[in-house]
Write a protein that binds this ligand. Structure first.
Ligand code: MG
Ligand code: ZN
Length: 366
């Protein structure tokens, strides 16, 4: 009968290898917890929107470089198909609410958002969008209102001091108001640098910036907005990263939804590509910073987009698309994540799961 002897050699080698790996900088493990979080929301961006972008694109799609992906289930408190108010609120505040509401529970009581909680815990915060900053998605991170259309009331919530950098359209909601107030005066009194052009935004040295880059929504990419969102991300990360306590930044590609509502694939694709380039700017920051988690998702799918035919042979690719509705749909939307804690965003999740994951990773409480 043969006796088995336990061989310690492989274990010793493994231990030695472990010591060598952890002891060398180039092999040092990345931190498990992020200090900063950048959350991208492609409004209306389903899997087909992303893959249409990948198929026809002229640049190496940055989203393809994300190591983890998952899905988010988007129904609201009162509808299988959510709107951007309830969808944004679920992501920002971790609660399901009724369509048309922002930052509140179905009964109208305020639900704290990740932005507010991060601010209360000493972090810096930012919100960027290509629509007015008072529109449903960005508003869900800043305001509390049972009516997403109360834009002038929502603008007042930006005076509460919970957001240090906000950039997008919407100057009129702050300065051409029914109550006659000019909120830029109040913002300046609070130490905000209020800027109205990309040039002034780039030149700003302030730690608090209100960028109102259009009277209403910003132009679409096809109308000439190309590159603006990327610049907004660069400025926001540069400004917010001055805070040693870390930052939370939400970036919305608002118009993917609008292109899809119009069933206009050129419009939709230009906006998806634009968001991906803004994601590229965030990746560039995160690769150097190393303590930044990036999560990219959507509030819902728009258009019921499908791609029944296509080819990837041409340099630019070619696709045939079908939209099945002019509205939103109830299908799950993708999540892509990169950086410390990224693995926490895989699998199939309710859209309310983001907030608790963020708080746990940042080690902060409501
Ligand atoms: Mg939106
Ligand atoms: Zn929509």
């Amino acid at each position: 009968m043969k006796t088995k002897s336990f061989n310690f050699l492989p274990i010793i080698i493994l231990l030695l290898a472990g010591i060598l790996f952890t002891g060398t900088d180039s092999f040092a493990r990345p931190p498990k917890k992020p200090k900063n979080i950048i959350l991208f929301i492609g409004d209306g961006m389903g899997v087909a929107h992303v893959y249409a972008g990948i198929s026809v694109n002229d640049h190496p799609f940055f989203l393809k470089q994300f190591p983890y992906s998952g899905f988010s289930i988007t129904y609201s408190a009162d509808s299988y198909v959510t709107d951007s108010g309830a969808g944004g609120t679920a992501i920002a505040c971790g609660v399901k609410t009724k369509n048309g509401m922002i930052g509140v529970l179905p009964d109208g009581t305020a639900a704290p958002s990740i932005t507010e909680i991060a601010h209360r815990n000493g972090m810096s915060t930012g919100v960027l969008s290509t629509s007015t900053v008072t529109h449903a998605t960005p508003a869900s991170f800043v305001a509390h209102n049972s009516g997403r259309g109360n834009y002038e009331d929502i603008a007042l919530d930006f005076l509460k001091g919970t957001v240090d950098v906000f950039i997008g359209g919407g100057e009129n909601n702050f300065r051409s108001r029914a109550d006659g107030k000019d909120l830029s005066v109040d913002l300046k009194a609070q130490g905000f640098d209020v800027v109205y052009t990309i040039e002034d935004l780039k030149a700003s040295k302030s730690s608090r910036i209100a960028g109102l880059l259009a009277k209403e929504h910003m132009p679409t990419v096809l109308e000439g907005r190309d590159g603006a969102l990327e610049e907004m991300v660069r400025k926001a990360t540069q400004t917010l990263s001055q805070d040693k306590d870390g930052f939370f930044l939400m970036v919305e590609g608002s118009m993917i939804d609008w292109g899809a509502h119009e069933n206009n694939i050129d419009y939709t694709l230009a906006e998806v590509t634009d968001l991906d380039k803004a994601v590229g700017a965030a990746l560039e920051f995160a690769r150097t910073n190393k303590e930044t988690l990036i999560v990219v998702t959507a509030d819902h799918e728009t258009g019921g987009l499908t791609i029944p035919a296509g080819n990837l042979k041409d340099k630019d690719g070619e696709i045939t698309v079908n939209f099945s509705t002019k509205g939103h749909t109830g299908v799950m939307v993708p999540i892509f994540s990169y950086g410390p804690g990224a693995e926490q965003f895989s699998g199939i999740n309710e859209n309310t799961f983001f907030l608790n994951r963020f708080l746990k990773l940042l080690k902060i409480k409501k």
